[in-house]
Design a protein around this ligand. Structure first.
Ligand code: SAM
Length: 402
């Protein structure tokens, strides 16, 4: 280890509590560390606190890898990857069967800066930091050996790389070239995923349990079949889950601003063998769609609201809060008596607490009553390290409206 980073007095507690980030403000001095190096992190008396990787360009100057004195060599990376795989083995067998899930969830799997998703027989790797970018080819080789995947594609095209001094990177890292699309099956729903051009690493894998919850809620429904509004539908995830509740649903309206995503949504619905007459695809801005639907006195029994990230930083939280409030207010206005709203925020900067307050504010403005039936989050393939609350970016509420 070449460099030493000393933590300022009274700033050591988060490191001792195994929070994986050391912000620049907590650093007293840096000796002999270059960007992209593994460094030793010590307290002001020189006592060992941990080891991690360093980047002076980032506000997060060190991402901690370990809190014990141990070599961080190839065997170390392999053990951590195996540990992440062991969790998924408990939930999703890593067989050759087509399926999509998150295999490595960065800091939450104690592998800061590294995301790996499984799409059928292929892996998609995202290098979020300089250090991970430097070792991504070695990691890809370990991942190929450990998972027996056919190939590994890189989708390192996220804003966070800019803060690390990195440009976007996309393309094959190892193994066989990608097919144009990969089919994944999720609880009977079939999606053709284009991992090279789709959003995120190709698909919103994090919403899988909530899509299945929607189907189950509809299947359990008594009374007349439901009219469902799927806002921000992307390639049809929630809409297809609603269509799975055949006989319990009259119509599913999917709204998204991307014509390409809507085309794919329609194709995925057909691929899943569902009745095409129950689904509608509307290319529109969801804010405008909701306003118009309200003016036209439209009503729905179930609304799903899963917008993109509105806040990437603390500075953007107020603006994001206004956006969430507007969406949820209109959603509440459109719901029939006893209707259900599944509402989400994937902004890491908006806490669960704040999100609930925003939804409450929207409900109050709508003049209606509501009950929270469930707090929603991503599935177990997106674990959240208890030491790292920032890892819980996806939060949602299931609200019944009276
Ligand atoms: C978080 S994703 C939704 C994921 C989806 N629920 C799923 O399960 O796959 C957000 C989607 O919102 C769309 N979008 C972004 N801004 C929009 C807007 N103002 N109006 C309509 N759609 C929008 C994007 O094209 C993207 O498909």
């Amino acid at each position: 280890m070449s460099g030493i980073v000393t933590i300022a007095k009274n700033r050591e507690k988060p490191v001792r509590n195994r929070h994986p980030w050391v912000f620049s403000g907590a650093v007293e001095h840096i000796r002999g560390a270059r960007d992209g190096d593994i460094v030793t992190v010590v307290d002001s008396a020189g006592g060992f606190l941990g080891a991690g990787y360093f980047n002076s360009r980032s506000q997060i100057q060190v991402r901690l890898l370990t809190w014990v004195e141990e070599p961080i060599d190839e065997a170390w990376w392999r053990r951590r990857i195996q540990q992440a795989m062991a969790l998924r083995h408990e939930h999703f067998p890593l067989t050759k069967a087509p399926s999509g899930f998150r295999l490595i969830n960065a800091e939450n799997d104690f592998l800061p800066g590294l995301v790996v998703d499984v799409y059928g027989e292929y892996l998609v790797l995202q290098a979020q930091t300089l250090f991970i970018d430097q070792i991504k080819r070695d990691l890809a080789e370990i991942l190929l050996e450990e998972t027996q995947a056919r190939g590994i594609y890189e989708r390192s095209d996220i804003d966070a790389r800019g803060r690390e001094g990195l440009k976007d990177a996309k393309g094959m890292l190892a193994g066989e070239p990608l097919p144009e699309t990969i089919e994944i099956v999720e609880d009977g729903r079939r999606f053709a995923v284009n991992v090279a051009t789709g959003q995120k690493t190709g698909f919103y894998l994090d919403q899988r349990p909530n899509r299945s919850l929607l189907r189950d809620l509809l299947l359990a429904r008594v009374g007349p079949p439901a009219r469902v509004l799927n806002l921000f539908s992307y390639t049809g995830g929630f809409g297809i889950a609603a269509q799975q509740a055949a006989g319990k649903v009259t119509q599913v309206v999917n709204v998204d601003s991307s014509a390409e995503a809507l085309q794919q949504a329609q194709a995925n619905s057909q691929r899943s063998g569902l009745d095409s007459s129950s689904a509608q695809y509307v290319e529109a801005d969801c804010f405008t769609y909701l306003r118009t639907a309200w003016q036209q006195h439209e009503q729905f029994d179930v609304i799903i609201c899963d917008p993109p990230k509105f806040a990437s930083s603390a500075q953007q939280v107020d603006k994001a809060a206004r956006g969430y409030k507007d969406l949820n207010l209109h959603a509440f206005r459109l719901l029939r008596q006893g209707g259900l709203l599944l509402t989400f925020s994937c902004s890491g900067a908006v806490s669960r607490d704040l999100f609930q307050k925003i939804v409450f504010g929207a409900l109050a403005d709508s003049g209606r009553d509501g009950q929270i039936l469930a707090h929603l989050s991503a599935g177990p393939d997106h674990p959240v390290a208890l030491t790292f609350p920032e890892g819980e970016y996806l939060k949602g509420l299931l609200v019944r409206v009276l």
